[in-house]
Write a protein that binds this ligand. Structure first.
Ligand SMILES: [Zn+2]
Length: 377
């Protein structure tokens, strides 16, 4: 009986050590299934991912708001419904609202000193826009009063805005979008100027002007209270297909400060997109000009714009930009009527006869410095 017991114990010992030998360790060569289970265990705690969309200039000329007029006010939704699916599918969507939405009380106006219906704000919100950047050359078109009226409406809508402010305190408050997904994003916005209308000396907070010293400070503040920084710059030469040296310098400056993405506008046409390396070896997405998203500028290249989309991935506390992708857009109209923003891949020959060739050319132009840029179509 004792012999049997010893024999039994020996069997158990050998079996258990044999089993132990089969348990994969880091050094041993684990089976593919154990590799997957190890990865699954560690990834969820360490990484988060969100997506961002951005559009260029929303520049409401009088012919556009006249076309949007209804019996009770203005409705731009029929003009924008085709791009809605491409704006509401990301965690955060941002737009450059170039014209202040001072509303009817101030008297609506188009070029050169714009004042837009408040309804465009409601419609952007309905489209899925979460953040508007407001620092641009038209910010002061209606003076401090226009800004005050516009901001009060954005506040009423619960829309996050940046670049234009109602007072000093408002201007010192860095906007951080809380996604509730483990990545919070700060939004900053600056313009090269305000079309010769001086920023009132007693109200320097009204508009953020491009100033490296201020930008450096703001970016530093933003980095302390967020996971990623997106910088909106209104800069460059109008109608130029390539960025100027000044744009390039400012974009490099932003990369050196650790910004994650620059979203540029003002030239009214699309400029190529590229990755820019900062001095810490960080990789920044540079979108020099997104063109016009929604405007009444009727000549051909100014009707082409787009939606840049990318992901922000956080791993071990570090956020990286990944998977930039682009939707080309086009503003159609019959003269000053029937304005509509259409994803270019949905255009018909009736709307733009050579659309296939235009799409080919724009894709080539945008991706010439970034071969990994993909297009949604
Ligand atoms: Zn502009």
């Amino acid at each position: 009986m004792r012999v049997y017991l010893i024999f039994f114990l020996l069997i158990i010992f050998f079996l258990s050590s044999a089993c132990e030998g089969k348990i994969p360790t880091k050094e041993s060569r684990p089976s593919p299934s154990s590799q997957i289970s190890l990865k699954q265990k560690s990834t969820p705690q360490r990484s988060s991912s969100i997506s961002v969309s951005a559009v260029g200039d929303v520049l409401i000329h009088d012919r556009v708001y006249n076309d949007a007029k209804t019996e009770s006010g203005y409705n731009f939704m029929p003009m924008l419904k085709q791009v809605k699916p491409f704006l509401e599918d990301t965690t955060i969507t941002m737009a450059n609202q170039e014209t202040m939405i001072g509303g009817k009380e101030l008297g609506l106006s188009g070029y050169p000193t714009f004042n837009s219906p408040k309804e465009i704000g409601n419609n952007l919100k309905e489209l899925g826009v979460d953040v508007v950047t407001l620092a641009n050359n038209h910010s002061l078109d209606q003076g401090a009063n226009g800004i005050r009226k516009a901001l009060s409406h954005w506040n009423k809508l619960g829309m996050m805005y940046t670049g234009v402010y109602k007072n000093k305190e408002d201007s010192e408050h860095i906007r951080v979008y809380d996604t509730k997904k483990g990545i919070n994003v700060a939004f900053l916005s600056y313009t090269y100027g305000t079309n010769g209308i001086p920023v009132p000396k007693d109200k320097p907070y009204l508009v953020n002007l491009i100033d490296k010293g201020k930008m450096k400070q703001d970016i530093l503040k933003a980095k302390k209270i967020s996971d990623a920084v997106i910088l909106s710059l209104h800069f460059g030469k109008q109608y130029e297909p390539l960025p100027s040296q000044r744009q390039k310098d400012l974009v490099q400056f932003a990369a050196d400060q650790g910004v994650h993405a620059v979203i540029g506008h003002h030239p009214h046409v699309l400029q190529p997109i590229e990755w820019v390396e900062g001095k810490q070896g960080n990789k920044m997405l540079a979108v020099y000009s997104l063109g016009n998203f929604f405007s009444g500028q009727d000549s051909f290249p100014k009707r082409v714009g787009g939606i840049i989309k990318f992901n922000l991935i956080k791993e071990n506390g570090n956020v990286e930009v990944e998977n930039p992708r682009f939707v080309l857009t086009y503003v159609t109209s019959s003269g000053p009527h029937n304005y509509e923003v259409i994803p270019m891949h949905k255009l018909t020959s009736h709307q733009l006869s050579n659309h296939k060739q235009v799409i080919r050319e724009k894709k080539q132009h945008l991706s010439q410095w970034m071969p990994d840029l993909t297009f949604i179509e």
